[in-house]
Design a protein around this ligand. Sequence first.
Ligand code: AMP
Length: 330
Amino acid sequence: MKETVLSGIRPTGNLHLGNYYGAIQNFIRMQHEYNCYFFVADWHSLTTHPHPGDLHGNVKTVLSEYLACGIDPEIATLYIQSDIKEIAELYLLMNMNSYIGELERTTSFKEKVRKQPDNVNAGLLTYPVLMTTDIIIHKANKVPVGKDQEQNIEMARRFARRFNTIYETDYFPEPEGFSFSKNLIKIPGLDGSGKMGKSEGNAINLADDPKTIHKKVMGAVTDAGPTEMNQTPPEAIENLFQLMEVASEPETVVFFREQYAKCAIRYGDLKKQLSADITKLTEPIRERILEIQSDDAYLAKVVNMGAEKARISAAATLKDVREIIGFRTF
Ligand code: AMP
């Protein structure tokens, strides 16, 4: 039997090249090898209080963009978290066995307290409980995670284990953090910084049109050029080479690296080439995004199908859990 993988998608902003190479490409491969659940974490997103006028649009954007990248809703179970009310009930039950002290000590909570001191809501505190619920409601074994999420998986393992101990059962498997490829890809930003990110203003989005891509790439941080033969490029320049490595033909990368080594590089030419290669790569995805976004009937079909599949699994778990805890019907 295939192992079950679960991953949440935050409905915040457009997807960028970092998301594509760092996560989505793996999901596309995984969906064929595992029993995959991908969900849009709209309840989670409420901890930062999105404007009511934005919430639906945010969900629609990520959903369309994931579908455009190649997540196949016929193969994977792709659903919206808030469509599955069973998650809310299991979350309530799991909260009873989660302790304030341990929740306050999590790194992600402490970080949020620092970042948004005026909005330290209870949802932030119990975020690891909701995340645990998302995972165990499908009895998922594997959760793709980055380094920063390891502690949350550890919490999920602990909560699952605690449930089993309290109720003297082995009902929930302990989920494992899991990375699809051994070497985690990190896509750099255009601003000379180490990582492309949504909030950094250094990203190329999959939905960017060719003009926007061109403008962003031409504006990427560079320097005055190499002064010695064969010198090691500084971070900002190395970043551009790394972007080329994912977007361009190998010969192109070799050519520009050689030009750099010979002190003959023209950054304008490199950027033009990079912009053209990124556009070639993202243009078909962008076209699909536009197509899917304008097809409300298709999106409705996808989310209904996903909810139906996810609900079957969630309802079966909840039925068992209610019984294990001791709820009985009159
Ligand atoms: P985020 O946009 O931070 O919610 O990230 C969603 C997923 O994309 C996570 O699994 C990240 O590991 C991945 N990701 C985000 N930015 C990058 C990046 N610059 N390089 C590689 N992977 C990334």
